[in-house]
Design a protein around this ligand. Sequence first.
Ligand code: AHG
Ligand code: MN
Ligand code: MN
Length: 343
Amino acid sequence: MQNQVTIKKRHVTLGEFIIENQKDFPYAKGELSALLSSIRLAGKMVNQEINKAGLANILGSSGDENVQGEQQQKLDVMANDLFISTLHNRGEICGIASEEMDDYVEFNEELHKDAKYVVLIDPLDGSSNIDVNVSVGTIFSIYRRISQQGEKVTREDFLQPGHKQVAAGYLVYGTSTMLVYTTGHGVNGFTYDPGIGSFFLSHPQMTVSNKGRIYSINEGNYVHMPEGVKKYIKWCQELDPATQRPLTSRYIGSLVADFHRNLLKGGIYIYPRGTKSPQGKLRLLYECNPMAYLIEQAGGKASDGHTRIMDIKPGELHQRVPFFCGSREMVEKAEWFLEQYPG
Ligand code: AHG
Ligand code: MN
Ligand code: MN
């Protein structure tokens, strides 16, 4: 009879990690942990829908209707509904704002009366990539409400500067699905095992290198870019005396996927202002602020080219902002070019 067992290395699940790290918040009563668990649950559901998106298209009727004659929901609407209903069915937040909705939604049931938090979300980022099987994601940002607990949530609860975030993160639905988040104590990444149905800690304490070698920008907009950004791109394309190579250009067109690659490999992501889009394309509250929080926690930097992203006081929910984010030295170099070539 066998009397020896090989004890395998213990893998930490996201659930265990969240509970274990609750001690980082001495005054918290576990609501933030519960909220992160709700996001994890909604993320698993969205992941499942995304995984079968290609299949659903093959099986669906030729038009945009399903067999019952209903309009087929676009995946970003579906992701929005899944996140909102999952969070509504639990009691941790008193309201949510989303890219997919004009205004924020109040959660006013009895269940939400003690809720301390609000969430801002981009339920499906990079959705134009979905039908070509390229990575997409979800981005979330969490704030403690500033209005009185038990009262209705207010617009001011959502319009807080990024440095007030208590947690932020993203899910990337890629070759594997990952959840990466911060609560202000570093950045940790978890990879989803679909067979088991759990996220496991795969990337503890993620950091971004100071000097990166990747620049990510939609160069199709070149003629519309500010002079400083054009000069920075040209600088990236020059031979680096140390390596005798130019920097590498990589652009997926899904912020989450571009950010994730640059976080792991070192690089800069830029979405500048341009004459086509005066403030760039990306939204401050549910795209740039959460990514800025993550990159700072990983040792990098995020600005609008001049000002720290997380210090910008938002004026409206869907406000756009130019975005320079990634390895510290690369962001600082880009800022230097903007200063040298204003306009
Ligand atoms: P979303 O799908 O949530 O609207 O976001 C799309 C964003 C972002 O993910 C990406 O980085 C950017 O749009 C790409 O824009 P361009 O196609 O203009 O480069
Ligand atoms: Mn987006
Ligand atoms: Mn989106």
